[in-house]
Ligand binder design. Structure first.
Ligand SMILES: C[S@@+](CC[C@H](N)C(=O)[O-])C[C@H]1O[C@@H](n2cnc3c(N)ncnc32)[C@H](O)[C@@H]1O
Length: 275
């Protein structure tokens, strides 16, 4: 109990043939600290433990022929069922089952934030050519992709999703505001709610490095000016690197002015030639 309210620990079951891979996440950095501090519970369910044949086989040749192997329906389905019931015990709703798959909707920050709200998740990691379709149609709530490329297995994708979710858990980051200031986040500005701006540039000591100086405004101590400069950089960098992100945004008059000024300076200096 903290501040009089019950903190709900996120429970995540991971269905994987290679649970050992997840030590890269659970033993290092911010994610490792979150696991040690019990901000979330990670449990692993290996389909091999649910294979009933003598060789505990989890894969077989595809019907219809062709290259590669397919994850067998029975052990995968049993592992998902076991993960779901363990995670949903004492909860009033069933765990949401996500299959990491190149065929899913590509993940973005807003989607990650929605998945964090679910609290109880099962992440299914495929291997080989994928999982028997009958498991996907009966056991999976949602397919999520890391992007339009093919990995050898779902574990790296699951770890990427977990890392992105853990950053959003209260108490996971040293400074709670830093997640708000990341790219694709709202930065706490009401008039930029639901926007996708990229982050502004960051500098640390020394003031001069290889002939390049820290922008003077950052040394001025004028916090209002620093905030304005950072907002302008976020607008400008988004325009330079990801102009497509503006399609979903409605800029205020002030933001548009800041962006126009950024464009003028950066087009004149030849730093970037966009128009
Ligand atoms: C070699 S892939 C199978 C690809 C599948 N035959 C296809 O082309 O759609 C093996 C596993 O890696 C995972 N995987 C591969 N690419 C991924 C991606 N872009 N995002 C999330 N998971 C992915 C999935 O779990 C998949 O079952």
């Amino acid at each position: 109990m903290k501040n009089g309210c019950q903190i709900q620990v996120m429970k995540i079951g991971i269905v994987t043939l290679f649970p050992g891979m997840f030590t890269a996440l659970s033993e290092y950095g911010i994610t490792g600290r979150a696991v040690r501090n019990k901000l979330l519970q990670l449990n692993y369910w290996n389909p091999r433990d649910y294979a009933s044949d003598r060789h505990r086989s989890v894969d077989d040749r595809p019907y219809g022929g062709g290259p590669g192997m397919v994850m067998r329906a029975e052990p995968v389905s049993l592992a998902i069922t076991a993960a779901k019931s363990a995670i949903s015990a004492n909860e009033n709703h069933a765990a949401w089952v996500v299959y990491l798959s190149p065929q899913g909707k590509p993940l973005d920050q807003q989607h990650v934030a929605k998945l964090v709200q679910r609290q109880n998740l099962v992440l299914m990691c495929g291997r080989y050519e994928g999982v028997d379709e009958r498991v996907l149609s009966s056991q999976i709530d949602e397919e999520c992709s890391l992007g339009d490329f093919v990995l050898s297995g779902g574990e790296l994708a699951a770890m990427a999703l977990l890392d992105a979710m853990i950053r959003l858990l209260p108490g996971a980051l040293g400074d709670a505001d830093s997640a708000l200031q990341d790219s694709f986040s709202n930065y706490g500005e009401d008039d930029l709610k639901n926007t996708n701006l990229l982050d502004h540039p960051h500098y640390t000591r020394p003031e001069s490095f290889a002939g390049m100086n820290v922008p003077p405004v950052l040394l001025s101590g004028d916090h209002a000016q620093i905030e304005l400069w950072r907002l302008q950089q976020r607008l400008g960098i988004t325009w330079q690197k990801r102009p497509d992100l503006f399609d979903k945004m409605q800029l205020t008059a002030q933001q548009q002015q800041l962006l126009d000024a950024f464009k003028r300076v950066n087009t004149q200096t030849g730093k970037i030639d966009k128009e």
